[in-house]
Design a binder for this molecule. Structure first.
Ligand code: ATP
Ligand code: MG
Length: 247
């Protein structure tokens, strides 16, 4: 499913985002990068209809997000939040069920989704006592369980150790192979270089660059987006960006 963003603008007294125009291709990985507070999460929330734009539209599969019911939206898109709220006395199963709303309880599918993140044995645990990384993995499993065509992920690897970061990078690639369209934010520029087909670079709510990763994730654009002078090296694991702080 394509996601078309046209003239998207959001304004609050302290922050203005946009106007943003870009189209996310079906079955691709798009990464939104930029400094803290540059507008990445706000952009994702606008795409998912959690925030209403002041101007502009988001269309999923040619339909305006603003015209979809929350149930219709949940069929098309899942959302992994940057922050992880912990509803009191929710079990892992309850958290998964919120995402699998339309399916009724399908324990084998739920277990398979948890197994993807190595937590099949967590199914009956109390969500509120899990560690930060364990909660992150459960929210990713919940998105897999939801099984929508578009998957929006706000910093899917935050809280995760290096083993689980690599697990999730591989999982994101596997989801693309299955035809999922992924829109994510991520601070690790090397991972973005390795994973993303397209990149949107933001600074202070404005677009610095948008386009295919090779031509967009350049030293020149990164230097514009961050207060850092970048160098890039080819390493055995792929590209590596190194920056020195300008102050
Ligand atoms: N509803 C709102 N009211 C006031 N300010 C807001 C609102 N929503 C977002 N902002 C501000 O907009 C800016 C962008 O926020 P956003 O969460 O999109 O940043 P981000 O790029 O995701 O940053 P991070 O890397 O820290 O997650 C921030 O300065 C934030 O305080
Ligand atoms: Mg954010």
């Amino acid at each position: 499913m394509k996601v078309e963003i046209e003239n998207l603008t959001f304004q609050v007294p302290t922050f203005r985002l946009g106007p943003l125009d870009f189209t996310v291709g079906d079955g691709t990985i798009t990464a939104i990068i930029g400094k803290n507070g540059s507008g990445k999460s706000t952009t994702l929330k606008l795409i998912h209809g959690d925030l209403k734009p002041n101007e502009g539209t988001v269309k999923i599969d040619k339909m305006k997000v603003s015209s979809l019911s929350s149930l219709q939206l949940a069929e098309k898109t899942s959302f992994v939040w940057q922050e992880i709220y912990s509803p009191m006395s929710f079990t892992v199963t309850d958290v998964m069920n919120v995402s699998g709303y339309k399916r009724g309880i399908d324990e084998s599918k739920m277990e398979a989704a948890l197994d993807k993140v190595g937590l099949a044995h967590f199914i009956d645990r109390d969500f509120s006592v899990l560690s930060g990384g364990e909660r992150r993995l459960v929210t990713l499993a919940a998105a897999i369980y939801q099984d929508s065509e578009i998957m929006i992920m706000d910093e899917p690897t935050n809280f995760l150790d290096i083993d689980n970061q690599i697990l999730i990078y591989n999982l994101i690639k596997e989801l693309r192979e299955k035809g999922k369209t992924i829109i994510m934010t991520m601070h690790d520029l090397d991972a973005v270089h390795n994973l993303a087909d397209s990149v949107l670079i933001l600074r202070d709510g404005k677009k610095i660059a948008w386009g295919e990763t090779e031509s967009t994730l350049t030293i020149e654009n990164l230097n514009k987006a961050f207060n850092v002078s970048f160098h890039s090296y080819n390493t055995i694991n792929g590209n590596s960006f190194v920056g020195s702080y300008n102050g």
